[in-house]
Design a binder for this molecule. Structure first.
Ligand SMILES: Cc1cc2nc3c(=O)[nH]c(=O)nc-3n(C[C@H](O)[C@H](O)[C@H](O)COP(=O)(O)O)c2cc1C
Length: 316
């Protein structure tokens, strides 16, 4: 069974962004679900072997904190045995096992993983069935509409196959693979998906404000919304969506950016996050600030966490 979500707004998995420190911040700001960055099943299997030798467990590699719960782990891969094996390794620690069938990045699709699997009907049938049967935790799926604008209804078949196999929730980023991030997400396809299957649907694509979140829910009937780029440097979007859905208004958050940036940095102490990623996140918190572009230049030159802290405290 799916866990209980305290909000209808979820944080999207974003490689290099939805690290455990940022997820925790979003969770504290009211996100109903947070999802790890996509993680290779091969890496999970390999790391588990190495960690076991030192009596350590996989959460040293796929890091998270109890405060994030419910937390979903997103896997990608191209081999069913390995996908199932990796899912079993992470299952004890996470609340949901999410499978990625949406990533358009060439280094993923070249391995026939991510969005490259969209059209492999038989593979998908076997994958979903075996995955759902192998783990006790709910299995969910994240996909795009199809390979290209000319072939953008593949999601229909994948969703049906997934639902029949016991997948419990589907998030649709309503763009084709070829579109990348260009153009607009086609919310009509989210609406169609919601009408097609009876499991919960998470609408995703181009939610940049609480108004947009409500608009997507009203227009498509989706059960939840997933926010990616709109949450970068802007974790209070979750609180704002929650307020807007409840009472029709919300507060501006620019005053909170300094405390978010400081909190984010303090949380990173507990995890193994690349400095370049941390620096990029801190840059995001300057969006909308009066001296934002000047600050971003300075942040870009910072070499240590202490330098970042100094910049935040003196210039935000
Ligand atoms: C930098 C970046 C990294 C992403 N990484 C992932 C990922 O690891 N897994 C995934 O399913 N989607 C990933 N996505 C896609 C997002 O989850 C989301 O589907 C997409 O950004 C559309 O939502 P948005 O318009 O709210 O940003 C990524 C997107 C961005 C911008």
């Amino acid at each position: 069974m799916l866990p209980k979500f305290n909000s209808k707004a979820f944080l999207a998995p974003m490689s290099g962004i939805s690290d455990p420190a940022f997820r925790l911040l979003c969770k504290e700001q009211g996100a109903g679900l947070v999802v790890t960055e996509l993680t290779s099943v091969d890496a999970i299997i390999q790391k588990e072997k190495e960690l076991k030798k030192d009596n350590k467990i996989i959460t040293e590699f796929v890091e998270f904190s109890e405060e994030e719960r419910p937390v979903s782990v997103q896997l990608f891969g191209n081999n069913i045995d390995k996908i199932v094996k990796a899912a079993k390794i992470v299952e004890p620690y996470f609340d949901i096992i999410d499978f990625n069938m949406g990533c358009p990045a060439p280094h993923i699709t070249r391995q026939m993983a991510g969005a490259a699997l969209l059209q492999k009907k038989e593979f998908n049938e076997e994958l979903f069935t075996r995955l759902v049967n192998a783990v006790d935790k709910p299995v969910t799926l994240k996909l795009r509409t199809g390979p290209s604008e000319g072939n953008c209804y593949v999601f229909r078949e994948v969703a049906k196959v997934a639902e029949n196999a016991g997948v419990q929730m589907i998030a649709l980023h309503a763009r084709s693979v070829k579109q990348g991030y260009s153009g607009e997400a086609d919310w009509d396809k989210i609406k169609e998906l919601k009408e097609l299957v009876s499991i919960p649907i998470v609408g995703n694509g181009d939610i940049t404000s609480p108004e947009k979140a409500k608009e997507m829910m009203d227009y498509t009937g989706c059960d939840y919304v997933m926010i990616g780029r709109g949450a970068r440097g802007n974790p209070s979007i979750f609180d704002q969506v929650n307020d807007y859905l409840r009472k029709g208004s919300y507060e501006n958050d620019l005053k909170k950016r300094k405390s978010f940036a400081n909190k984010y940095l303090s949380y990173t102490d507990n995890y193994n996050i690349k400095f370049s990623n941390i620096r990029m996140q801190v840059m995001q918190f300057t969006k909308g600030l009066r001296n934002g572009s000047e600050l971003r230049l300075k942040i870009g030159q910072a070499k240590t966490i202490d330098e970042l802290k100094e910049l935040i405290n003196e210039e935000f």
